[in-house]
Design a protein around this ligand. Sequence first.
Ligand code: GLN
Length: 454
Amino acid sequence: AHLDRIAETDGKVHAFLHLDTEGALAQARKVDDAVKAGEQVGPLAGVPLALKDVMTTEGVPTTVGSKILEGWLPPYDATVTRKLKEAGVVILGKTNMDEFAMGSSTENSAYGPTHNPWDLERIPGGSGGGSSAALAAHQAPLAIGTDTGGSIRQPGAVTGTVGVKPTYGGVSRYGLVAFSSSLDQAGPCARTVLDAALLHEVIAGYDHMDSTSINTPVPPVVAAAREGLKGDLSGLRIGVVTQFSGEGYQQGVLRSFEAAVSQLKELGAEIADVSCPSFDYALPAYYLIAPSECSSNLARFDAMRYGLRVGDDGTRSTEEVMSLTREAGFGPEVKRRIMIGTYALSSGYYDAYYGSAQKVRTLITQDFAKAFENFDVLISPTTPTTAFKIGERANDPMAMYKADLCTIPANLAGTPAMSVPSGLSDEDGLPVGLQIMAPALQDHRMYRVGAAYE
Ligand code: GLN
């Protein structure tokens, strides 16, 4: 049924870069046979899923939305991919994304944009716009995204779906094509909070293949979501981050947020304002740290190891082939980030740019810690605006980066955060997201609140 739905709708939405029809049907049959034989099956046996094309899949194309990996067939599964298969999940295919997960609209994909199912002229968010659009278009009930600076939550918000960035280190990065390693984190996308929780528990957990994987028990997110569904938040203390309003925020988004605050109060929560002054510097700090790490990570695309190779006709040096391949293989945003990162890391500028950004990162972590002394969770709008039109910000990187204003602090601090649907804006009728943030390893707190609210 989901493959039929994709066939009907994906000509317009373009959520998928690659459909793995054969692999999906084979897995579905395998699960079916196991059930018929009375064998034990995994917790999500037979449930279809859309996988962001940043996660390696053995023998199935993985492009990261880039020309530079066109034609590459990974020789191994990412840990997330492996865990999905073991849980019996049916992976339908790989979803569209901004090239190397750099962007907030999916317009930076080398394979053309994804369209928001709510209004095909609008962006589905980014970088994981394909995964969230697939959910909104009912092409899949579950999806995987990755969130380096909001790429799960912002697409979730503008497509009216649920998106969760777990605590950094909670889900293995092994096989996740690296953008900014100290920020990258995979997480679940779904249409309900409980569905996201069920997927979260399948993909999370310690992995010795990831040096920053946390070796502690997976937070009890499914139990918390079920608890939340009872609709009682008595005694829970919720902080409203005052930095996330004002200039650049649509009135429709702010009104939806006010309505969410009232609803959470009705559910019994105690709500008060909290100031996190360093959050004002999160965006500039992120746009130094992420490009710095990317400039290093993307050095591996050297025309020798993977995918594309241009100009290798026996007349050119290795360096020339490398240069021609990177020129042809990377899009403009990726090149911009590599340039910014290389500059910020160069001797003489390192302390002023990268060093300062790292100090801001510490201040943001301290702001979170202080706020969590008085509050169980923090809330804000997920994004300052609803989905904008395709093309509207394509030539204005600063305008594009502002879509990440509310989501980035949690990445810099490594703390978990989720976006849950918060109705439609009374201005333009488009989906709005409510962001819920929790302390590190307390992912279950936000699931409880999210399930109670949705
Ligand atoms: N908009 C952010 C960026 O362009 C999102 C990155 C992400 O989370 N992958 O860097």
